[in-house]
Design a protein around this ligand. Sequence first.
Ligand code: ZN
Length: 111
Amino acid sequence: MKPPREPELELRGRLIRSLGSLREMLPGSFVERQRACGRPNCHCADGQRLHSQYQISVLIDGKPKALNIPAELAEKVRQKIEMRRRFDAAAATICGVNLKRFLKEKEDRQV
Ligand SMILES: [Zn+2]
């Protein structure tokens, strides 16, 4: 006979197993800003067709930093920062499942 299904444990297991795929995650937030480069004969000099500048906005030793990212790495970095968001969401769900189980266990003990 199979043990009864425990959907929350299945969810927890699934989330735990998914964390390995997030190992390349990066902290901070992804920033895209538009800027002029300052060269007078560049197409950006008209103030309309600006250059995209990509940055990671992140705390390093408690201090906010904006790190420039080369354009060819921007999409990869954006995805890695998104991994961190998924990691945090998975951790919050796992903690929620565990807290519920802990409270249940505590309650059962008091009966
Ligand atoms: Zn320019």
